[in-house]
Design a protein around this ligand. Structure first.
Ligand code: BG6
Ligand code: MG
Length: 214
């Protein structure tokens, strides 16, 4: 097989927490009377919490102090965590679960590469806390996607070079990060048509075929 390892983004790839991000940012934007819709939300995919807030605030960002922004980010995160609290192992899509199990059975090394500082909590909610060989997340990086740091950290943790790993992403910033780091990328969801990706997934389960044929 061409790849020895596979690095998954979390939000919007393994689970639908991207919808909870949207709902929590939308609530904050509504309170601040700032226009926010799903198109704008797509710009936040893969991007860190504080950078996301800056994008949401846009030109109004200059009107708020750093501590006011910290409070806004905390307000969003606490609503987001409440939504995450409703998740259970049943929230993991069956197709995703089966595909992950089949990839695991093939002997491939598996990692998470996510900008989220809530990664461990989410993995715990859906009972995948001990599933991956490595977890690189927002707590162990200083630059979020499109910087390749989180993927380089993940491949390093797996003991593999970027050329030996496939990255799976739903964010354009994540596809860019993969390309910058020297990884092949399989893109899905919002990033599916991104021409910087090598593979374009119609369904998560398409990964099995790609890994077999690569
Ligand atoms: C990424 C999401 O996975 O994590 C972004 O795609 C999010 O939307 C980022 O902003 C940071 O997440 P968190 O959970 O640390 O606020
Ligand atoms: Mg994502």
């Amino acid at each position: 097989m061409k790849y020895k390892g596979i690095i998954f983004d979390l939000d919007g790839v393994i689970c639908s927490t991207d919808e909870y991000h949207y709902q929590a940012w939308k609530a904050l934007a509504d309170r601040l009377d700032i226009a926010f819709d799903r198109n704008k939300n797509n710009l936040l995919r893969g991007v860190s919490r504080m950078k996301s807030l800056e994008i949401l605030l846009g030109e109004q960002g200059g009107c708020f102090s750093d501590s006011a922004k910290e409070e806004m980010a905390e307000e969003k995160n606490s609503l987001y965590r409440r939504l995450l609290g409703t998740m259970s192992p049943a929230s993991l899509d069956r197709e995703v679960r089966i595909t992950l199990d089949r990839i695991r059975a093939s002997g491939m090394r598996m990692a998470i590469g996510s900008s989220s500082r809530n990664t461990r909590y989410i993995l715990n909610r859906i009972d995948l806390e001990h599933f991956f060989d490595a977890v690189a997340d927002g707590n162990c990086i200083s630059r979020s996607k499109p910087d390749p740091e989180v993927f380089l950290k993940a491949s390093d943790m797996l003991g593999l070079s970027p050329g030996d790993c496939l990255v799976v992403e739903d964010a354009r910033s994540g596809v860019e990060a993969a390309a910058e780091g020297g990884f092949d990328c399989a893109a899905m969801g919002d990033a599916r048509e991104d021409c910087r990706a090598k593979y374009h997934l119609a369904a998560f389960s398409d990964l099995q075929q790609i890994l077999l044929q690569a």
